[in-house]
Design a protein around this ligand. Structure first.
Ligand code: NAD
Length: 478
């Protein structure tokens, strides 16, 4: 189908030096775990083991929390904001300087295309550090009183879909506000967090301000339930988030939860179809669809349904799936065997429940975890593929006739993280934005992120906001 073939354009993996094994980053040093084991991080595009990382046990988490507490009391808490800012600016600049290395490592460990890690993830990581560095000496002007105080030690647990970006969303505001942190990256994508630990050393960040403990769910549980943690920030699935809320209920810990989503991307008949199709593709195939705010439910106005579907299929036939390090690749590898299994299962259920499945002809590599971009048409609101988060490159297409019906269908979900509206009319955008129960509503665009803009959910998508001035509140005693 392709008009012409692209020659492979691989980014060099020699720019990054991956060690065979990594310890835990506690009190400014890499140390061996005392009571935990080890786990392997693999490249999902080849199933090759990239490195072995330590699995922190409860005793290791305790060491990290103690280091964070001591750093908070003796160094970081009392430090003037203008000095904290200098460290954060230094970290932001080092991220830019080492951007290529970080992008390659992120693509190797996560499976996302280098085009995205290089042009989206890593530039945004630097942008969040620059942005919050700017707040560190201006907290009295943030609208939280004349002398807002930090909370203390933050315990932070993040998912695998945007490993370094989620770290930045957590660590940058926490540090700017004067807190110290113990962060646990996801078990399948720990490597860029460990490279970030090296960047903290390079920036001469005082020991104990940032601690990185690797491991799986048990390590995460030990972080969030540790009595020495004052603030818990979690991004991940609604199920685990619910468990964390229960586990810390009744304690003095402050909690923010960024959970799942099932966003509606709504195309009206007056929308520019070609732009809308680019937005639909970006909304669901960006990052293999491993995006909490992905536009996974497409709502198309009936009068333009045929035109949109034809154009969408034509565009999907041009998407290139394959080696994440190839600069010409649009869709990389699915992050893990477990996630691939989940996507396959839900897709099979979609077909069994009566929706019609379509993928463009697409050759997938033999090794690694891959899933072709897929759409389901004839989807009803009761279908599981319309209700549950698939977290993969799978789009469910529904239709509507009137704006009121679009709102009703869009809001018919337990989630409320994001939504998209495509229309030529400004008044309709505002009308829709007023009625959509979603933390973010994009108009004539999708999946756009900016450090100055708050992000977060309603209902089962969680509570609290990250980003912008709002994001500081979660780390201040207000
Ligand atoms: P997950 O909930 O399985 O895991 C997230 C993190 O929690 C991992 O680090 C994991 O090790 C840890 N964890 C697991 N069990 C734990 C426990 N009992 N206590 C403490 N920590 C525990 O989610 P995932 O599969 O890694 O990520 C995908 C989910 O994340 C999706 O639902 C997605 O929508 C959501 N997400 C949300 C946002 C947002 O901003 N709202 C952003 C990215 C991802």
């Amino acid at each position: 189908m392709a008009l012409f073939e692209y020659a492979p354009a691989p980014e060099s993996r020699s720019v990054v030096d991956i060690k065979p094994s990594y310890g835990l980053f506690i009190n400014g040093e890499f140390v061996d775990p005392t009571d935990g084991g080890a786990l392997k991080s693999i490249n999902p595009a080849s199933e090759e083991v990239l490195a072995e990382v330590a699995e922190a046990g409860a005793g290791d988490v305790d060491r990290a929390v103690r280091a964070a507490r001591a750093a908070y009391e003796k160094v970081w808490g009392p430090m003037p904001g203008r000095d904290r800012a200098k460290y954060l600016f230094r970290i932001a600049r080092l991220i830019q300087e080492r951007g290529r290395e970080l992008a390659v490592l992120e693509s190797l460990d996560n499976g996302k295309p280098i085009r995205e890690s290089r042009d989206v993830d890593i530039p945004l990581v630097a942008a969040y550090f620059f942005y919050y560095a700017g707040w560190a000496d201006k907290l009295p002007y943030a609208g939280f009183g004349s002398d807002p105080r930090p909370l203390g030690v933050a315990g932070q647990v993040i998912p695998w879909n945007f490993p370094l970006l989620m770290l930045a969303w957590k660590i940058a505001p926490a540090l700017a506000a004067g807190n110290t942190v113990v962060l646990k990256p996801a078990e399948t994508t720990p490597l860029t967090a460990l490279l970030f630990a090296e960047i903290c050393q390079q920036a001469e960040l005082p020991a104990g301000v940032v601690n990185i403990v690797t491991g799986a769910g048990d390590t995460g549980r030990a972080v969030v339930t540790h009595p020495g943690v004052d603030k818990v920030a979690f991004t991940g699935s609604t199920e685990v988030g619910r468990g964390i809320a229960k586990a810390i209920a009744g304690t003095r810990k402050k909690l923010t939860l960024e959970l799942g989503g099932k966003a509606a991307n709504i195309v009206f008949d007056d929308a520019p179809i070609d732009q809308a199709v680019e937005g639909i593709v970006n909304g669901i195939f960006f990052n293999q669809g491993h995006v909490c705010c992905a536009g996974s439910r497409l709502l198309v106005q009936e009068s333009v349904y045929d035109a949109v579907l034809e154009s969408l299929k034509r565009r999907m036939a041009r998407l290139r799936v394959g080696d994440p390090l190839d600069k010409n690749i649009d869709i990389g590898a699915i992050n893990s065997a477990a996630q691939l299994e989940r996507i396959r299962t839900l897709s099979e259920i979609g077909a069994q429940e009566g929706a019609e499945r379509w993928s463009p002809p697409c050759e997938l590599p033999d090794r690694g975890f891959w899933f072709a971009p897929t759409i389901f048409t004839g989807v009803s609101q009761a279908h599981r593929i319309a209700r549950e988060e698939i977290f993969g490159p799978v789009l469910s297409v529904l239709t509507f006739r009137t704006p009121a019906e679009a709102v009703e269908k869009a809001n018919n979900t337990p989630y409320g993280l994001s939504a998209g509206v495509w229309t030529d009319k400004g008044s309709r955008i505002l009308w829709m934005a007023d009625r959509l129960r979603a933390g973010v509503v994009w108009a004539n665009t999708f999946n756009k992120f900016d450090p100055t803009s708050p992000f977060g959910g309603y209902k089962e998508s969680g509570y609290g906001r990250e980003g912008g001035r709002h994001g500081l509140e979660a780390y201040l005693d207000v």
